[in-house]
Design a protein around this ligand. Structure first.
Ligand SMILES: C[S@@+](CC[C@H](N)C(=O)[O-])C[C@H]1O[C@@H](n2cnc3c(N)ncnc32)[C@H](O)[C@@H]1O
Length: 252
């Protein structure tokens, strides 16, 4: 994407009513003005709110919103030129149950209040092989999600990374979280139904490369502080690092 293209998208983003772009000072250590109020003030209903974290172009957010008009969906990403795609579609198709927020997920507790969120999708996040603290399914981030997820709230992880899948599964097991489902090849096993076969931009790329796509569904239903899993990290790091040389360039 040329920088001219990016600038055009950034300008158009300013005009989208479904896209929120809080300034850092609106979310850094202060509650955002809509924290706890997204249902009442923005969606104008009490329907469940579902998040997609690191949503990129927003494929899951958009597809789920069209399948479930009685639920609300919020896609979050830091990259404006990617969000533009989902936001543009939502505007053009007048989707009332979708919005996007351009922010860092690190600020998420400034955005959502206790019990405000029913479910989270994390789609093809960077597995952060070297930095557990940066993993969107690591204990640092899960502790943040626990603060706003309903007690029966579900976290869905879809990834091509066997490393991230197994790490997250080990974390859930070690912390006695409820695991609803763990599948290490959703297409090969025939598990990919109309929800799990929604394909994101990155997923399409990984499928083309012949990688298996995994799915994990679990709950953060243990209120005691979470601990990082004890598992054979080095083995997985090495195995996966070998296979991760040709991931899509982190452009746009
Ligand atoms: C590998 S891409 C996947 C995008 C999309 N879910 C897909 O499957 O096509 C990871 C996305 O997460 C976003 N991301 C990573 N860390 C983030 C953070 N801390 N805050 C906000 N977005 C983040 C990136 O900008 C990127 O769009």
């Amino acid at each position: 994407m040329s920088s001219k293209d990016k600038l055009r998208k950034f300008r158009e983003n300013e005009t989208f009513s479904c896209l929120y772009q809080p300034a850092t000072e609106e979310v850094l250590n202060v509650p955002y003005r809509l924290k706890g109020k997204w249902g009442k003030e923005v969606f104008k209903n009490d329907n469940p709110i579902i998040l997609e974290l690191g949503c990129g172009k927003g494929e899951y957010t958009i597809a789920l919103s069209e399948k479930f008009p009685d639920k609300n969906f919020i896609g979050i990403d830091i990259k404006g030129a990617r969000l533009w795609k989902g936001a543009k579609y939502a505007e053009q198709n007048n989707l009332k149950n979708v919005l996007f927020i351009r922010t860092r997920i690190e600020f998420i507790n400034s955005l959502f209040a206790e019990n405000e969120i029913s479910e989270i999708w994390i789609t093809f996040p960077d597995p952060q092989l070297k930095r557990a603290r940066k993993r969107l399914t690591g204990t640092m981030f899960l502790e943040r999600y626990k603060k706003f997820l309903k007690p029966d709230g579900i976290i869905n992880l879809k990834t091509d990374s066997k490393y991230l899948h197994n790490y997250t599964l080990a974390l859930a097991q070690q912390n006695h979280l409820t695991i609803n489902e763990a599948n290490n090849d959703i297409y090969g096993s025939g598990r990919a139904d109309e929800i799990l076969s929604i394909k994101t931009f990155y997923e399409a790329h990984y499928i083309k490369r012949g990688l298996e796509i995994t799915y994990l569904s679990f709950m953060t239903d243990n209120t005691t502080p979470l601990t990082e899993p004890v598992w054979d990290e080095e083995y997985w790091e090495t195995e996966e690092a070998k296979g991760r040389e040709n991931t899509p360039a982190n452009k746009g």
